[in-house]
Design a protein around this ligand. Sequence first.
Ligand code: PEP
Ligand code: MG
Length: 559
Amino acid sequence: MEINGTGIGQGVAVGPVVRMAEQLPPPVDRPSHLDPELEGERARASLSVVAAELANRGAKAGGAAKDVLEAQAMMAEDPSLVDEVTKLLATGKTAERAVYESFAAYRDLLLGMGGYMAERATDLDDISQRVIANLLKLPAPGVPNPGHAFVLVARDLAPADTATLDLDQVLGLVTIDGGPTSHTAILAREKSIVAIVGATDAATLADGDTVVVDAANDVVISAPTPEQVADAEARIAERAALEAAPVTPGALADGTPVPLLANLGSADGAAEAVKLGAEGVGLFRTEFLFLDADTAPSVREQQEHYTRLLSAFPGRKVVVRVLDAGADKPLSFLNDAHEENPALGLRGIRALRHSEIILREQLTALAMADATTDADLWVMAPMIATVEETEYFTKLADELGIKVAGVMVETPSAALIADRVLRVAAFASIGTNDLTQYTMAADRLLGTVANLQSPWHPAVLKLIADVGAAGAELGKPVGICGEAAADPLLAVVLVGLGATSLSMSPSALADVRASLARYTPDDAKALARAAMAAEGAADAKQAAQAVATEITTARAAAS
Ligand code: PEP
Ligand code: MG
């Protein structure tokens, strides 16, 4: 049986299923025998034990996991949550029940907000379960330890669990809930765990079932045939060889360079990106630094972080995006008004123009960091839709000392007039995540329209081709920095459409590097033509795959 979900990365795993224990049931709502004061002491003690435990695990895990776990530890001792617990205790509830109800109310509030905030709801459930388990003196819910390697199947994983998975034991991970932007997905990608999220039918899998987890093809195969297992094992061996291969600059088969760059959300990821062969940074998402901030970050604070980032890439290109606040990434100091339709509202450059002082300070901090480091800093604006916005941004950037100012192409409008936009901007970087969402009119966070969100759709490819052609005509670089660049076959198509560099999550670099090396510039154009001529996304992928197979077979026969 095949179970569909969203694959994270390109990996494959085979092994027996071990399911994670389901949640503790909600504590019964009965009157407490204890004084509210004593219940309060119990609750506060458990909350701080859990907060300390989470912070401790964060310190051990390091990287992005550390930030996630520290944020969770802070949530466990959030004063408004503790107040809520105290209020409920005063009504005669037990500590377990008061913790349960307070966290559930907060979780519902986040779910109601949708997008990024809703995906943090799992974090709160996890803390609540840990605190209740501590109060009941039960073991904390968590990853099982069966004593052999296994594929972990869970409803969703808490960040604490994903961050501390023992990768010698956990061959792969399948979650029933969770979307491609959930913390599980973010951490799985960072740790290169073979994972499929949002696999609803994985609820039917039982302990001991053998499964193939095929992230590249978004599928879990249960009860695989011997051929399917052999195929998976061959691919696992192939990937191990690939990972051990020397890290070389990105290039096509004839040596045409295609620089491979990293998408980063913090300077903390820089060293790992360099180790995996990133030739620079193609997208630094500055808003990730400030998601929890209530006030705009100071110039000094920003300058320090940017200096740290730029120092990690001496002599290399580093493309920093100014704050892309709004929609699923609201920043309270930039987007405070409620909007019915935030993806179409005041986000990206529109929000920054509304609060120009924040943009000015950010550009100033970037120019200051640039002046004291040796990286080649490029700065770009998100959500550009008009030539006028392009002029506004590049002029301001120039005034504040930025040497190279460009734009992201994320709206169909910017793609359709790329020739005019690129006359003003020094470069374009195509954000295929948003370009796909806006071209297909399909919310990128919504599972129900996921079938419409493929960057393989010929409508999206056509827009990318327009930008590529405009870049070639004017001699301006056109990078790709959306998730599409991390798909090894699509990466070749994108180069065929005119992309001059590709930027991706560092864990995807090895696969894309190997794929590019198999094709010449003419091959890439042939793949692109086949994909563009298709009727839909699935056909486009198939058509490109067919041309790719033809090319590699003919070449193998000739050698
Ligand atoms: C994109 O839209 O493709 C992009 C790279 O920006 P983000 O995913 O941060 O919106
Ligand atoms: Mg975007």
